[in-house]
Write a protein that binds this ligand. Structure first.
Ligand code: GAR
Length: 194
């Protein structure tokens, strides 16, 4: 049987994707352990979910910057992940751009889930961009993280139709259902290769 892999999760919001990873671990379909959760948002519900699951959790304090992820904060976060023994980093709704030096600490070992069929609609609120654009199809993508914005090598995508009466919220809800299946599945497959 494959060994259990140690995951570190970075998030900013509700943490439903982290919950899906935890549920897959509990169900025995993903042989992994989340050893640390970090959030740049002290009020993110992801921290509450981590506490309830008994997972060490902490805040990355970006000192009032709205979207910037300062180099020294990236190094600090990477060190905390390393100290926790993390082998694979999963961005789960993390809204800051991960780049050097984080990438140096975890080369080819940072995954992100994004709510569109990349390369379409990178960046924030991809579901809003899709509805505004009149797209008939969207979806979600899991990819390796590189220094660009949602530009890293794509691992797997799932298509989600945009319905005629979709609002951005209803589309995001259906994309999230797809995300919650896709992310644990991809992590399982990536972990096998580590
Ligand atoms: C998810 O839909 C995720 O794909 C998206 O934020 C949401 C977080 O939800 N990520 C991005 O937009 C990254 N650019 P969650 O906190 O409930 O997992």
């Amino acid at each position: 049987m494959a060994r259990s892999i140690k995951l570190g999760v970075l998030g900013s919001g509700s943490g439903s994707n982290m919950q899906a990873i935890l549920d897959a671990i509990d169900a025995g379909t993903l042989n992994a352990e989340i050893v640390i959760v970090l959030s740049d948002n002290p009020d993110g519900y992801i921290l509450e979910r981590a506490r309830r699951a008994g997972i060490p959790a902490g805040v990355i304090d970006c000192g009032g910057f709205m979207s910037k992820f300062p180099d020294e904060k990236q190094a600090e976060a990477a060190q905390r992940l390393k100290e926790a023994g993390v082998e694979l980093v999963c961005l789960a709704g993390f809204m800051r751009l991960v780049k050097q030096p984080m990438l140096d600490y975890f080369p080819q070992r940072i995954l992100n889930i994004h709510p569109s069929l990349l390369p379409a609609y990178p960046g924030l609120m991809a579901w809003k961009q899709a509805v505004k654009d009149g797209a008939t199809e969207s979806g979600c993508t899991v990819h390796y993280v590189d220094a660009g914005m949602d530009t890293g090598p794509i691992i797997k995508q799932v298509r989600v139709p945009v319905l005629a009466d979709d609002t951005s919220e209803s589309l995001h809800e259906r994309i999230q259902v797809a995300e919650h299946k896709l992310y644990p599945e991809v992590i399982t497959n990536v972990a096998i290769g580590l």
